[in-house]
Design a protein around this ligand. Structure first.
Ligand code: HEM
Ligand SMILES: *[C@@H]1O[C@H](CO)[C@@H](O)[C@H](O)[C@H]1NC(C)=O
Ligand SMILES: *[C@@H]1O[C@H](CO)[C@@H](O)[C@H](O)[C@H]1NC(C)=O
Ligand SMILES: *[C@@H]1O[C@H](CO)[C@@H](O)[C@H](O)[C@H]1NC(C)=O
Ligand SMILES: *[C@@H]1O[C@H](CO)[C@@H](O)[C@H](O)[C@H]1NC(C)=O
Ligand SMILES: *[C@@H]1O[C@H](CO)[C@@H](O)[C@H](O)[C@H]1NC(C)=O
Ligand SMILES: *[C@@H]1O[C@H](CO)[C@@H](O)[C@H](O)[C@H]1NC(C)=O
Ligand SMILES: CC(=O)N[C@H]1CO[C@H](CO)[C@@H](O)[C@@H]1O
Length: 325
């Protein structure tokens, strides 16, 4: 039997080891404000200028870049894996087929590599670009944390399994976000990103035809909107390139009108309208009609989204679509 003193020392050592391992894994240490202040002081402005120029070339990518941050963080954590090219990567997943904005990330990466080679991760560029796009759409910005490392694993199957579907109900959405330590409130706030951008017929057509044995059309879908959507998506087969604004009051503006739409049963997807139909989230929807509340909550929720599964070890890729050699 070891003498008590040795045991005590061993225990102390173990506690110290555990503490230091804990400290490395603490999520709060993984990302921080002004991360590139000394290592690359111009990073944020170079990225913002590039993203703005790219949006001026193609307005649609502004919404695409906001969505990209969501997809990146929900699959494998915020690690830039959504950008990796190759067979069976997240980019090739069916659910991801309509992601936009890859060219803007590439342009920002090239621009930032020119001023600080090998310093700024692709995962961080996605996070900054989502904020810059929100501002470009007349939304309110937020301070973006930096320090994410890039991962080198990307899987189409993971994207397919990990991203919530537009057919999800409130319970499924609450679960999907809770699995990433995001609250019900943060889920409702982040869904407000659907104030900009478009969806395609295949994502909501099940609401228009043969909805249930008794109702041809989803009864929670505004009848006027249902009739319009039936013209644009005339049957269960449809033109796949047709784009439908998700929010129709001010579709190009990043504002709180998404929530106004929901109170009028004008949510495009089941996953949108359910937020107003479900008693757990209805009052949140009503309160977020306040522009001021939505603006401040959205930035906070994006900061929380930006901490999901952050990797503190890994690469800083020099080409965002490929792992470093
Ligand atoms: C709550 C669960 C969510 C579901 C089920 C969902 C689903 C979808 C679907 C199906 C589309 C349309 C894709 C297409 O037809 O091309 C879409 C678009 C979009 N989503 Fe989400 N989404 C969710 C949450 C989010 C979050 C958290 C964000 C960002 C913070 C976001 C941002 C966007 C944007 C900006 C678009 C428009 C993209 C474009 O116009 O290119 N979504 N989403
Ligand atoms: C943002 O607001 C300005 C001034 O009100 C307006 O000219 C511009 O069109 C708006 N941008 C978008 C994307 O709606
Ligand atoms: C979970 O979220 C809470 C509240 O946002 C935060 O304080 C906590 O650090 C998060 N935990 C992890 C493991 O990310
Ligand atoms: C059909 O829709 C009506 C409202 O339009 C609703 O009262 C009824 O419950 C719906 N039936 C089913 C089976 O969902
Ligand atoms: C599908 O819609 C696009 C516009 O969104 C149009 O240019 C194209 O001609 C349509 N294709 C068919 C087969 O109708
Ligand atoms: C349907 O949408 C229109 C246009 O936004 C709105 O005026 C009407 O009140 C909505 N109907 C319901 C039942 O919410
Ligand atoms: C992926 O990244 C890890 C950690 O940085 C590294 O050990 C591994 O060799 C990388 N794998 C490939 C295929 O690059
Ligand atoms: C397989 C496939 O079509 N992937 C696409 C994912 O989205 C980007 C951006 O639209 C396309 O460039 C990819 O080809």
């Amino acid at each position: 039997m070891a003498p008590p003193r040795t045991l005590y020392m061993l225990r102390t050592l173990t506690v110290l080891l555990l503490l230091s391992v804990d400290a490395m894994l603490m999520p709060a240490f993984a990302v921080q404000d002004d991360f590139y202040q000394t290592s690359c002081p111009d990073a944020e402005s170079v990225i913002a200028n590039t993203v703005n120029a790219e949006i001026d070339k193609n307005f649609k990518i502004a919404a695409g870049l906001i969505r990209m941050a969501f997809h990146d963080c929900f699959v494998e954590g915020c690690d830039g894996s959504v950008l990796l090219e190759g067979e069976d990567t997240e980019r090739t997943a069916e659910i991801n087929l309509t992601l936009l904005g890859f060219e803007a990330i590439d342009a920002a990466e090239t621009a930032v590599e020119a001023v600080c080679p090998g310093v700024v991760s692709c995962a961080d560029i996605i996070a900054y670009a989502a904020r810059d796009s929100t501002v470009k759409l007349n939304g309110t910005g937020w301070v973006v944390q930096g320090g994410r490392k890039d991962g080198n694993v990307s899987s189409a199957a993971a994207a397919q399994n990990d991203l919530p579907l537009p057919t999800f109900d409130a319970s499924q959405l609450i679960d999907a976000f809770a699995q990433r330590n995001l609250s019900t409130q943060q889920m409702v706030v982040l869904s407000g990103a659907h104030t900009v951008g478009v969806g395609h017929c295949n994502k909501f057509v099940e609401r228009l035809y043969n909805f249930s044995p008794t109702n041809d059309t989803d009864p929670t879908l505004n009848a006027t909107l249902a009739n319009q959507l039936k013209l644009e998506c005339p049957s269960l087969t449809f033109n796949e390139t047709i784009e439908i604004f998700m929010e129709t009051i001010t579709p190009g503006q990043f504002d709180s009108n998404y929530y106004v739409d929901l109170t009028r049963q004008n949510g495009l997807f089941t996953s949108d309208q359910t937020l107003f139909e479900d008693s757990r989230t209805q009052q949140l929807v009503e309160s977020l009609i306040s522009e001021q509340l939505f603006d401040s909550e959205f930035g906070e929720a994006m900061r929380a989204l930006g901490t999901v599964g952050v990797k503190t070890e890994g690469q800083v890729r020099t080409i965002c679509s490929q792992v470093n050699a």
